[in-house]
Ligand binder design. Structure first.
Ligand SMILES: C[S@@+](CC[C@H](N)C(=O)[O-])C[C@H]1O[C@@H](n2cnc3c(N)ncnc32)[C@H](O)[C@@H]1O
Length: 268
């Protein structure tokens, strides 16, 4: 663990759902029609978390089977609890050393994970290894460099204004490669073919400030991890700054947007 990764705490399924799961489900619904995979296929999801994309695959794509690999035991437990479909199996594992045979899955996918994996080329080469020739390898990450994950970008902007050290933890600083060019280059280096990239956008509407702020106080993910690491008075200053900074609609809601970059490619 490096200083910049020390807040990347992915453990508590309920906190993740409140912070990110509610939005990642919406992105999953945009991703799958674009991916356009067929029915009755064998899927693998790397870094399945609490099962947001897995549940969407099961609901929309009629898979023959779906394996979710995840490094957090807490998230595996939440995914098993949330997704009880008999076609799905969730297990502990590392995306850098997938516990699966070569050429064993038709669709290998990953949602909002790649930037958190220490050795990204290794993870992509593992995804390609387990995909059947002609199968699909596809993934998406938030548009961190472009500020496309607006609710998290607003958090870091306020945090950095109060504490310049916060910038070292911010995803927009750490994950500069999350652009169409950077992601395409990674896919090419992994030997993938017919690479396509698209933007996936969803609205993120928080009914009021508390609905925005509370998930940051639960500690799951880089920004919440940073938030709970602050002393009480520093956290209160951050809360007040965000309370003043964030734009409100007439009904009091905070209406922002979230954009991800998605890649789909063919394994050979
Ligand atoms: C932002 S969450 C995304 C979860 C889920 N895919 C979704 O769309 O909601 C990132 C996930 O990647 C997992 N992860 C990070 N590094 C991993 C690795 N090396 N192997 C497997 N999973 C990993 C984390 O534990 C976490 O569940």
């Amino acid at each position: 663990m490096t200083p910049s990764t020390q807040n990347d705490a992915w453990n508590a399924g309920d906190s993740y759902e409140a912070f990110m799961g509610r939005w990642s489900r919406k992105v999953a619904s945009r991703f799958l029609p674009w991916l356009g995979a067929g029915e009755t296929l064998d899927w693998l999801e790397v870094g399945c978390g609490t099962g947001a994309l897995s549940a969407t695959i099961l609901a929309r794509c009629n898979p023959r089977s779906l394996i979710g690999i995840e490094q957090s035991a807490g998230f595996v437990a939440t995914a098993q609890q949330n997704v009880t479909d008999a076609r799905a199996a969730f297990q502990l594992g590392d995306g850098q050393a997938l516990p699966l045979d070569d050429n064993s899955r038709d669709v290998v996918t990953s949602a909002l994970v790649l930037n958190f994996i220490p050795d990204i080329p290794k993870a992509l080469s593992e995804m390609r290894r387990v995909a059947r020739p002609g199968g699909a390898v596809a993934f998406y990450v938030w548009d961190y460099p472009g500020g496309g994950l607006e609710f998290v970008r607003a958090f870091w902007r306020a945090a950095t204004a109060l504490d310049p050290n916060a910038s070292g933890f911010a995803e927009n600083t750490r994950f500069q490669f999350c652009t169409p060019h950077g992601l395409t280059e990674l896919a090419q280096a992994a030997g993938l073919q017919a690479i396509e990239c698209t933007a996936l956008e969803v609205p993120t509407v928080f009914e009021d400030f508390e609905n925005y702020w509370r998930p940051f106080t639960l500690g799951t993910g880089p920004a919440p991890g940073y938030c709970v690491s602050l002393a009480d008075d520093a956290r209160e200053r951050l809360r007040e700054k965000l309370h003043g900074d964030l734009p409100r609609r007439e009904d009091g809601a905070i209406a922002l947007r979230a954009k991800a970059w998605a890649i789909k490619a063919v394994a050979v």
